[in-house]
Design a protein around this ligand. Structure first.
Ligand code: DSN
Length: 418
C-alpha cells in the first residue's frame, strides 16, 4: 500500500502500517477525531506540498501560482457557501493558530478576552493561563453552573459587565450541550465586545444543520477542519465583511508564513463533500448516536455532566464509580476502544488523572455505526469499567470490538489506497 515509503524507509513504513491497522481495528470515540475520505487523503498527499504561496490569491510573493490561486479561491468560496459567511481565510495551520490570529485581528496585547475555563470544557486557547492567549491578553474565564453543568448566560453577562472584555469567546472543546450563540451575541453587544465563536468541535454539525450556526451572530468564527467537519488537519477563520482586512493581516504576515497548500487543497475537497446532501444525514446520525450512547451509559449508572448530550460528545463524571479517567481510558484502549480522560467541572483531581472520560460519535458514525452498535459499545464500556484489574475480561471485550470493526470497515471511498 505504501510501496515508495517501504523502499525508502521501511522503519517508518512499518509504523504507518501499524497505525493504519490500529485505526481499522479499534472503536474511535475521541470526539475530535474522524477519518478523512480517500479523495481528501490524496489531495493532502499531493505535489502541492512542494509549493510556497505566501500571500493571498492574486497577490503572492512567489511566481508559479497558476493552480494554487485557483485552489485557494475555490476553498474560500466553498467555505463561504457551506457556512453562509461573508468571507473566509483558509490558511491557519491549526485551530490554536486560528484563535490567536482572530484575537490579534480584533484586540491588542493586554486587552481583556473572556472565554470558557479549560476544566469546564473550554480550550487552552480560550485564555487559559498556560496558553499564550492567557499571557498576551488579560484573560477572564467563565465557568459552567455547578448544579446543572450548563452554561449560565446570566452569570456570563454579569462577569462581562464587571470586566468589559474586548472579546467574548463562545465555543468549547468538551461541552455536551447546544450553545445559544444569540445569547453570546447579546452579551457581547451589551458590553461593547466583539463576539468570536470557536466552532471547532461542532463545525460538521453546523454544516449538516444539526446544530445552530454561530455565523450570523459572531464577528468572527474560528474552526479546525478535521473534527466533525471531516477535512484534513488544519484551521479556518470565517468573518463578517468588515473584518476581512484585519483577519487576513493577522494570519499573514501577522502570524504565519507560507500556507500549506496541500492541506488547503484537501480542505477544498472536504468542503465539496460537506456540501452534499449525504453530509446532512451523517451530521444528524452523529447526534442520534451520541444521544443513544449517553442514554445507555446512564442506564449503567454512569453520571454524565449536564445529564446527557445535545451534540456529538458526552463527558462521564466517574466520581460516583470511584474511578478516575486515566486507568479507565488505558483499560479501554487495551480493549480497542479509544477515548480520552478529561477534567470535569469541579474536579479536584489533576489534569493527568482527572475524574472524567470524554467520548464522542463522529468517527464511528463515519464508519456506518448506528443505534444498535451504541448499545453494544455502552455495554463494553461498562464491562471494562467493572473489570479494570481483570485482563481476561478486557481481552474478551477487545476481541468482540475487533469483530465489530470488521463488520463496519470504513466505507470504500474512505479506505481504498489510503
Ligand atoms: N485537542 C482538541 C480536542 O481534542 O478537543 C481541541 O483542540
Amino acid at each position: 500500500m505504501f510501496s515508495a515509503i517501504a523502499k525508502t524507509d521501511p522503519v517508518i513504513c512499518k509504523l504507518i502500517e501499524g497505525e493504519q491497522q490500529r485505526q481499522n481495528s479499534s472503536i474511535r470515540l475521541i470526539p475530535s477525531e474522524n477519518y478523512v475520505s480517500r479523495a481528501v487523503m490524496q489531495a493532502t498527499g499531493s505535489c502541492l506540498t512542494n509549493k510556497y504561496a505566501e500571500g493571498y490569491p492574486g497577490k503572492r510573493y512567489y511566481e508559479g501560482q497558476q493552480f494554487t490561486d485557483q485552489i485557494e479561491t475555490l476553498a474560500i468560496e466553498r467555505a463561504k457557501k457551506l457556512f453562509g459567511a461573508d468571507g473566509a481565510n483558509v490558511q491557519p495551520h491549526s485551530g490554536s493558530c486560528a484563535n490567536l490570529e482572530a484575537y490579534c485581528a480584533l484586540a491588542k496585547p493586554g486587552d481583556t478576552i473572556m472565554g470558557l475555563a479549560l476544566p469546564h470544557g473550554g480550550h487552552l486557547t480560550h485564555g487559559w493561563k498556560v496558553s499564550n492567549t492567557g499571557k498576551f491578553f488579560k484573560s477572564v474565564q467563565y465557568e459552567l453552573d455547578a448544579k446543572t453543568g450548563r452554561l449560565d448566560y446570566d452569570k456570563i453577562a454579569d462577569l462581562a459587565r464587571q470586566h468589559k472584555p474586548k472579546i467574548l469567546i463562545s465555543g468549547s472543546s468538551a461541552y455536551p450541550r447546544a450553545i445559544d450563540f444569540t445569547a453570546f451575541q447579546d452579551i457581547a453587544k451589551s458590553v461593547g465586545a466583539y463576539h468570536i465563536s470557536d466552532m471547532a468541535h461542532i463545525a460538521g454539525l453546523v454544516a449538516g444543520k444539526a446544530h445552530m450556526s454561530p455565523i450570523p451572530y459572531s464577528d468572527i468564527v474560528t474552526t479546525t477542519t478535521h473534527k466533525t467537519l471531516r477535512g484534513p488537519r488544519g484551521g479556518m477563520i470565517l468573518f463578517k465583511a468588515e473584518h476581512e482586512a484585519a483577519v487576513n493581516k493577522a494570519v499573514f504576515p501577522g502570524m504565519q508564513g507560507g500556507p500549506h497548500m496541500h492541506t488547503i487543497s484537501g480542505l477544498a475537497v472536504s468542503l465539496h463533500e460537506a456540501l452534499s446532501p449525504e453530509f446532512e444525514a451523517y451530521a444528524r446520525q452523529i447526534v442520534k448516536n451520541a444521544a443513544r450512547l449517553a442514554e445507555k451509559l446512564m442506564g449503567y449508572g454512569f453520571n454524565l455532566v449536564s445529564g446527557g448530550t445535545d451534540n456529538h460528545l458526552m463527558l462521564i463524571d466517574l466520581r460516583n464509580k470511584n474511578l478516575t479517567g486515566k486507568p479507565l481510558a488505558k483499560a479501554l484502549d487495551r480493549a480497542h476502544i479509544e477515548c480520552n480522560y478529561n477534567s470535569v467541572p469541579g474536579d479536584t483531581a489533576g489534569p493527568f488523572n482527572p475524574s472524567g472520560l470524554r467520548l464522542g460519535t463522529p468517527a464511528i458514525t463515519t464508519r456506518g455505526m448506528k443505534e444498535p452498535q451504541m448499545d453494544q459499545i455502552a455495554a463494553w464500556i461498562n464491562t471494562v469499567a467493572e473489570n479494570l484489574a481483570n485482563e481476561d475480561a478486557i481481552n474478551k471485550v477487545g476481541k468482540a470490538v475487533q469483530d465489530l470493526c470488521r463488520q463496519f470497515p470504513l466505507p470504500e471511498e474512505f479506505i481504498k489506497n489510503q
